[in-house]
Design a protein around this ligand. Sequence first.
Ligand code: AVI
Length: 382
Amino acid sequence: MLVCKITCLTGEVPEQTCRSAVAYRDVGEGREQEAEASPARIAARRRSYRMIFCNNWVSAMTKAAAEDYAFYQVVPGDNSFQQEVIDGLSRQPRCIPPKYFYDRDGSRLFESICEQPEYYPTRTETALLKQYADEIAAVAASDCHLIEPGSGSCEKVRHLLDALQPAAYVPLDISCEFLEKAAAGIADDYPWLDVHAVCTDITTEVSLPFIPEQADAVMFYPGSSIGNFDPDDARAFLACLANISGAGGGLLIGVDLKKAPEILDAAYNDANGVTAAFNLNLLRRINRELAGDFDTEAFAHHAFYNSARGRVEMHLISERRQTVSVDGHIFEFNAGDSIHTENSYKYTIDEFQTLAQQAGFTACRVWSDNDDLFSLHYLQVA
Ligand code: AVI
C-alpha cells in the first residue's frame, strides 16, 4: 500500500517524543561542524535538523554538516525484499516488483540502458528539458523547493537548475549509495543550491523529513517512471505528489508516449544485451542477498509490447525444468515458466492528462518532440 505522508511540527519537540536519541546526539555534533558552512546553509540545516525529530519514522541523519549537503536515511527496518520475493515467487503468475532492480549493479546497468541507441526515452526527454528549460522556469515558481522522487543519478535535473533557480533541491531515492554520490555531485557543481537528499522507498511511502517553508514545492518526476506503476497505483502516487506539492505547487513529469510496437520492442531488447543483463541482475541480487541459487544461465530475458494493455512487459523465462531455492523456500519451474519483472505503461497525452486530473492536478503545459516519442507535462495542483 502506498502511504502519503508529510510529517512535521515546527518548533522544538520534547526530547522524549524523539524516536532516536542517537539521532539527536548526531545532530548536536553536526551543528558543531557547521562552522565553515554559509549562514544561509546553516539556517536551512537548522530548520531541517529540528524537523527530523517531528515525525514517527525510524530515521537517522547519516551525513552531517561536514558535507555540503544534508542526507537523511529513512531506514526500511524490515525484510521487505525477502518477503516480496518469496510472496511474488509463490503466486501465479509469478512476479517481483521492479523497484528491486536497483541495487548498485542494477542502477549502473540502468544508466547504461539509457545510453543504448534503441532506448530513445532518455535522450528525447533530455533534449526536451534542454530546449524548454526557460519555458518550464516560466511556469514553475522560482525559489521553489524542487523535489525529485526516484532521482537516480540526478543527471536530468542539471538541465533545469540554472533556469529554475530553486531555493532547494531534494532528491529521494531507494539506492542510498547511489544517492549519496549523486547528491554530493550536485552540491559540488551548484554551490548556491541547498541540497537535502532523502534515502527512502517512494513506492511504499512518499514522505519528507521536513516541509518546505515559505516556498512552493515543485515535484520533478522524469524518465517515465510513472509508467512502471499500474494505472491505479499511478493515480494514487500522483495524488501523493499533489498532496506534497500543496496549493501553488506543481509537477514536471516525463511520460513515454504510445507508438509503433517495433520501436518499443527494440527499446527493451537492445542489441548489446544491456536490458537483458539488467533484468537478469535481479536473480543475481536474490542469489547474493537472499541466499538464492538461481542459475542465471537458465533464465532468459523476454520483453514485448502488449498493445491490449498499453504496456511493455518484461519477464524472465525459465529455459528448462528446474528447482530454485531462495532463503530455504523451494520453487519449481517448468521450461517456459515466467517471472514477470516489470510493466512499462505508455500513454497518449490525453490519457495521461485524464489520469493526472483524477489525481488532483490540472494540465498547464505539455511539450513533446517532433516524432511524438515522449512528452513532458507541467501540471498544477488543482
Ligand atoms: C525506469 N523506467 C522508466 C524504465 C522503463 O523504461 O520502464 C526501466 C527500464 N526497464 C527496461 N528498460 C528500462
